[in-house]
Design a protein around this ligand. Structure first.
Ligand SMILES: O=C(O)CCC(=O)C(=O)O
Ligand SMILES: [Mn+2]
Length: 195
């Protein structure tokens, strides 16, 4: 895997051909057609993408003010998780799936820094379908780093990535087809918070 060290010890690993092209093709079709994709939003506005969430029984995840309950793993998701756990030597108890229908779907700058993820989480991200730009921006210096996430690729974010950097999938004006992204996460037991 290609390794990139970002300012302040953010760590990125990238493998463009993590999944063989035929397997990536069939996974894309199966996930597109069988995952119960649904819209989600906050403050009365839908996010510009569809989502789904899978996790081990009992795992709860709150982000953007929404508490998510999970569906049980499908065979395809279990297969990808096993391959990723082998490649990263990390464990993952949940996966968030995003479906970008076309170039107008996107994800704004954010960090995966919910308390359930703990300090310096390892987040493994598999991309299927149309390649899209993944942009990281340093919180203080605003320095940017960009990777085009290819069909069948694996990106691993580790180190202090979620602390000092934000990441985004920008919209594109080009006419592009759909993309599926899976981010595998290890969620710790729900932390009690004053809210
Ligand atoms: O679609 C992507 O590659 C990024 C997804 C992401 O950052 C997230 O789900 O938190
Ligand atoms: Mn993210």
């Amino acid at each position: 895997m290609e390794q990139i060290t970002l300012l302040d010890d953010g760590c990125l690993k990238y493998e463009a051909t993590f999944l063989a092209p035929e397997r990536a093709n069939s996974l894309f079709t199966t996930l597109r057609d069988t995952i119960p994709w649904h819209g989600e939003g906050s403050r009365g506005r839908l996010f510009p993408r569809l989502v789904a969430w899978y996790a081990d029984p009992g795992v709860v995840y709150t982000y953007s003010g929404i508490t998510h309950t999970s569906s049980p793993w499908t065979p395809e998701l279990l297969e990808i998780r096993a391959r990723i756990e082998q490649a990263t030597e990390a464990g993952f108890n949940s996966v968030l799936l995003n479906f970008y229908r076309d170039g107008r779907d996107s994800m704004g700058f954010h960090a995966d820094d919910e308390p359930e993820l703990g300090q310096n989480p390892v987040i493994a991200s598999v991309s299927l379908g149309v390649a899209r730009r993944f942009v990281l921006k340093h919180n203080r210096t605003v320095e940017k780093h960009e990777i085009v996430l290819e069909h069948g690729s694996l990106l691993v974010m580790g180190g202090t990535c979620q602390h000092f950097w934000k990441h985004a999938i920008p919209k594109t004006a080009k006419v592009v087809g759909p993309r599926i992204n899976l981010t595998f996460r290890q969620l710790q037991e729900q932390v009690n918070r004053w809210k």
